[in-house]
Design a binder for this molecule. Structure first.
Ligand SMILES: Cc1cc2nc3c(=O)[nH]c(=O)nc-3n(C[C@H](O)[C@H](O)[C@H](O)COP(=O)(O)O)c2cc1C
Length: 285
């Protein structure tokens, strides 16, 4: 499948087939894609723990936020959940990654001069600026690139995924044994979709001209209709949501899986769960 079509047809799939296992090879391909993503200074701070429902210890499965009203049913349905994390400890050895880039011929021209420059200037600069770098969001941004690549590969492999925030990660952190220097970024449910592949159509996006500018903030980047046509033909730009049968599809899925209305009376449970003292630590979860 062409990349443009993958980009255009991927949807967040919230309804998965709980009974259909996901082949490990496919998860590996997602992780391989994440591994190759570009990262500032080649730091590669994106790490992941894959939770495979069929093989995970019960305490790990129980630590997934499956009780929350909105995303909870997605965790209950997913054969696999990827816990995407950022390992801050890798920033302290970032200098090693830069030297590797020089050795690989990816940075600088003259090897000796480049290594010297790293040691005398660039690495000390990054060390001094590290707090600002951490707060600037660039590291999370790069993690996002890896997660995006994994998501596109999942789609190409016929899988459905959805990224979900973890409202409170303490239970999960403990169950997975995450060290303090690791931050949970987002959880990704993975499985075979129970929804129609179109997922009800391409989800709404703000108009192109409102989001992208040319040469100055208030000058919209011109959207060429011929390019739009080309991307429609390449199936990158698809029919917008909601497709005519989407309401019926959602009603069917809700009935099929015995789901309560997700935006019903249960919503305050999320808050209740976050405020409930954690039995092991005595803290709020
Ligand atoms: C980083 C990230 C976090 C997200 N977190 C949640 C979440 O906590 N709960 C949820 O229902 N959807 C979550 N989503 C899914 C978005 O709601 C979804 O991407 C959006 O509605 C657009 O739909 P699409 O992915 O099909 O294009 C998240 C998406 C991203 C990229």
């Amino acid at each position: 499948m062409e990349l443009k079509e993958v980009i255009g047809r991927r949807r967040s799939m919230r309804f998965l087939r709980p009974y259909k296992p996901v082949e490990r090879e496919k998860i590996q391909k997602m992780l391989e894609a994440a591994r190759l993503a570009s990262f500032w200074g080649n730091v590669q701070a994106l790490r992941a723990v894959v939770i495979e429902r069929a093989t995970a210890p019960p305490k790990v499965v129980a630590a997934l936020p499956a009780g929350t009203a909105i995303g909870g049913f997605q965790f209950r349905m997913a054969p696999v959940v990827i816990v995407w994390t950022l390992d801050w400890s890798l920033l302290s050895v970032q200098g090693n990654r830069l030297h590797e880039l020089v050795d690989a011929g990816a940075l600088g021209v003259d090897l000796e001069k480049s290594h010297n420059y790293l040691d005398s200037t660039l690495i000390p600069f990054f060390s001094a600026a590290m707090d600002g770098i951490k707060q600037g969001g660039i590291t999370e941004l790069d993690c996002g690139q890896g997660i995006a690549q994994a998501t596109l590969v999942a789609y190409e492999e016929g899988l459905g995924t959805c990224l979900l925030g973890c409202p409170n990660d303490r239970k999960l952190r403990r169950a997975l044994g995450l060290p303090d220097h690791v931050k949970v970024l987002v959880l990704q449910t993975v499985g075979y979709p129970a929804e129609d592949p179109e997922g009800g159509g391409q989800r709404p996006r703000l108009p192109f001209e409102e989001r992208f500018s040319l040469n100055s903030w208030d000058n919209p980047f011109p959207r060429d209709p011929a390019v739009v046509k080309e991307l429609e033909a390449a199936r990158m730009l698809c029919r917008p949501a909601p497709l005519p049968y989407r309401r019926e599809e959602l009603g069917f899925l809700q009935h099929q899986y015995g789901l309560a209305e997700v935006f019903g009376d249960e919503v305050p449970n999320i808050i209740q769960e976050m405020m409930t003292p954690d039995t092991e630590s005595g803290e709020a979860k």
